[in-house]
Each structure stands twice: as C-alpha cells, then as structure tokens.
Write a protein that binds this ligand. Structure first.
Ligand code: FES
Ligand code: FES
Length: 192
C-alpha cells in the first residue's frame, strides 16, 4: 500500500483551532499564508535566513518557513494577527509605531514576533552572545543596544531601519517592565 502523503491536522493559532488537510511537505509558513489567509507572516528568503516569517511556537521564536505544518500540530502558535489585545496594540507594536521601527513594513511582523520573545528571554535572565558576564550570580544583563542588536540579529531589514528597531525594542521592554511592576491590571487601566 502506498503511504499517504497528506493528513488532516489541527493547528492552534492565536487561540483558535483550525483543521485542514495538508500535504506533509507543507511548511507552517505556507499553511498560514496560503491555506488560512493569515498573511501577516511574511515570506522573504524561504530558507531560514531572514526572519521575516518568525512566529511564536509555545512562546519561543521559530522561523515558520523551516517548520513543517504537521510538526506544529498540538503547539500554541502566535502570529502577528494574535499579538494585539483587541483594539489595544501590544506595547511592542505601539513602540514600533511610535518610534518608526519600520519603513516598508515587510519585515515588521517578524521583527515584532522576535522582539516579543527577546524581551521575555531577557527578563528571564537568558544571556546572549554579547553578555559579558554569564555567571548566574551576575543577574539579568542590562538590555543595552548591543544586547538588542545581537538578540534581534536573526531578523534582517532590507530598508535598514535598525536604529529605530533597536529603540523600539528598548522602549517596549521598559513599558512592559513598568506594567509588570504595577501588576496585571496596569495595561487594562492604561487602555481605559
Ligand atoms: S522566510 Fe523564513 S527566514 Fe526568511
Ligand atoms: S521595514 Fe522594509 S524590510 Fe524592514
């Protein structure tokens, strides 16, 4: 018997379940864009080098062009369409908007998804390749421009908006830290 080359899978994207038949070779990127009309996630190189297709899988960054859709079944996938809270932009989105962290905008969904994870990874104390002191007792490194550049280095911007992108990530990290310090209702109150 010839093995089947397609299956029906259920993807959990932005809190919603989507069941669809896919060829086993379909990437998550193509499933999002071509099958589910979630075109916010962009295709740049289609070979894992530009970061335009970055999404979050179980909260971690992943380039969706190198991920098979079938392998994403059962995971929590967040795309740019799921980042805002209704009409309220996420602080990372707001910072990109306020500080012009883009020009053409093509790389921006991937930049924002990466930035979301960068801020979480940094707050959790993860060191980067440019962290001077990686001993646990050294604590969380300062989120300097150099740290942000290194941590965001998987996301290319053909427009060269890097200076503003770094500023936007730094601003968003400050806003999120301030909101976290004020407690869970801070964001809701700010939006009211
Ligand atoms: S399109 Fe996936 S990394 Fe470039
Ligand atoms: S804003 Fe144009 S590629 Fe980054």
């Amino acid at each position: 018997m010839t093995p089947s080359t397609s299956s029906a899978i259920t993807l959990n994207i932005n809190g919603e379940k989507h069941t669809l038949p896919v060829d086993h070779r379909t990437t998550l990127l193509d499933a999002l864009r071509e099958r589910l009309d979630l075109t916010g996630t962009k295709k740049g190189c289609d070979q894992g080098q530009c970061g335009a297709c970055t999404v979050l899988i179980d909260g971690r960054r992943a380039v969706s062009c190198l991920q098979l859709a079938v392998a994403a079944e059962g995971r929590e996938i967040t795309t740019i369409e799921g980042v805002a809270d209704g009409d309220r932009l996420h602080p990372v989105q707001q910072a990109f908007l306020d500080l012009d962290g883009y020009q053409c905008g093509y790389c921006t969904p991937g930049q924002i998804c990466s930035a979301l994870a960068v801020i979480e990874e940094h707050a959790a104390g993860w060191p980067s390749a440019v962290t001077a002191d990686v001993r646990p007792e050294a604590g969380v490194p300062q989120l300097t421009a150099e740290e942000i550049r290194e941590r965001m280095s998987g996301n290319l911007c053909r427009c060269g908006a890097y200076v503003s992108i770094v500023e936007a990530v730094a601003r968003a990290a400050q806003v999120q830290a301030a909101e976290a310090a004020q407690g869970p209702s801070a964001g809701t109150e700010a939006a009211a």
